[in-house]
Design a protein around this ligand. Sequence first.
Ligand SMILES: C[S@@+](CC[C@H](N)C(=O)[O-])C[C@H]1O[C@@H](n2cnc3c(N)ncnc32)[C@H](O)[C@@H]1O
Length: 294
Amino acid sequence: MQEPNKALTAVWAFITLLPLPALLAHAYPSLVGVAFLLQAAFFFGSGYLLSGALGYGSAFVGVLAIAAAQLGLRFAALGSFGLWWATIALDLSAALGGALLWRWRVRHYGADFHFDLIAPWYERFIHPQDPTPLLEDLRLTPKDKVLDVGGGTGRVAQFLTSARQVVVADISVAMLRMAHKKDGVQAVASRSEELPFPEATFERVVMVDALHHVFEQRRTALEMWRVLASGGRLVIEEPDFTHPWVKVLAMWEKSMLMRSHFLTPEAIAAFFPPEARVEIVRRGWIGHIIVTKP
Ligand SMILES: C[S@@+](CC[C@H](N)C(=O)[O-])C[C@H]1O[C@@H](n2cnc3c(N)ncnc32)[C@H](O)[C@@H]1O
């Protein structure tokens, strides 16, 4: 017998259980307050724990489920459940409240809880990519020490281990725990804005898909420049904000209350000092900003 798909089962259970408080409230009017409080608490929790993005998404699914259930019940002539519509506003506001609390926490404590939460599943959704273009731009040699800033689970760093030393620096300890399991990859907990290395430590520095997540982009770029050795190469891979799809992605992430902030490759290039030699390579919707230090 085939095992049921766990993810689908969870989605199914989620959608099925959502209208329950409203049903309960209908059957036992004295419990209406408790039922709706429970539901609001659920959405507040999902908004907070899932950092706004998925919290919002789950509220949206909830709204659809409630609306569909209400329509279904109306068709089944079970009467009008006017209160259910109120749950739509209640659930969305609760999810939004949770997400806003999460943002406040991020601002005050400086930790990015979101990646801590998704770390164990990260590479199931974001598969290791073909490293060829990055390796071409990086021109790695076996003598190099490489730093992967915002390197997360080591998804990219695992392809750089032909170098003398590969270090992943990331703010999320849970992501680093996954990186630490990869052969030849060292993990260091740090903010990209304050890298804990002396000047000119690394011959190669890379940052993939992370610059739009950091707190301060200019400071991050200058820190990567500081730790880059003379004659070294730094490659930043980012979605190219001049591409229409990336604009759509940015709007989506904003509406999901994510902290991401996308830039054009030219804006990223402008962070570096005048002596930096900067080249921009565009591959579809991805931009590579290649910086060399004289
Ligand atoms: C989308 S993931 C990319 C991870 C990895 N570079 C990859 O391509 O698989 C973004 C990473 O940036 C990290 N990050 C976000 N803000 C950071 C900061 N201020 N300092 C260091 N790492 C940060 C997150 O913890 C996360 O691991």
